[in-house]
Design a protein around this ligand. Sequence first.
Ligand code: AR6
Length: 163
Amino acid sequence: MPKIEVKLGDITKERVETIVNAANTSLLGGGGVDGAIHRAAGPELLKECRAIGGCKTGQAEITHGFNLPAKYVIHTVGPIWHGGTRGEDALLADCYKNSLKLAKEHGIKTLAFPAISTGAYRFPIDRASRIARLTTQDFLSKNPEIEKVTFVCFSREVYEGYL
Ligand code: AR6
């Protein structure tokens, strides 16, 4: 069975152990997928995020999923696109690497990613999806304990970019 899947849908509905959130450095919620995850998880999520106290770009933090079908949420902060000259590619790769590493440390075997940075942060979709795939494939080849990674695309444009 392929370990990487691409689908069109709403990540808050995913029945996997962990969903990844495209957060901002405050970890206090926002629009896009971040807003959708906080709404679906309920107010306890904000409380747990507040206690963490923030997250740097490219890094990742884990919380419970509360009312979500997923048991955990990994919050990572993607880079804001500035034209590609400010280390955006490496920072986006760090988001995938650090999220997968955190999942592995928690014994998580199935996780779903949104297309980090491709909304409000304006990272070009083709370039972002290539980084997502290459970074994830590389991690999975070295860490067979992760069983499945799903890339959940919210719009047809992103879905087609990923395919
Ligand atoms: N399920 C899956 N993907 C989604 C969903 C959903 N329910 N909703 C949106 N997307 P964005 P960013 C897609 O803007 O670019 C927030 O305000 C969306 O179509 O959510 O990393 C944070 O607080 C796009 O492809 O995140 C930050 O301030 C992708 O998720 C900032 O936005 C990412 O879009 C982060 O910007």
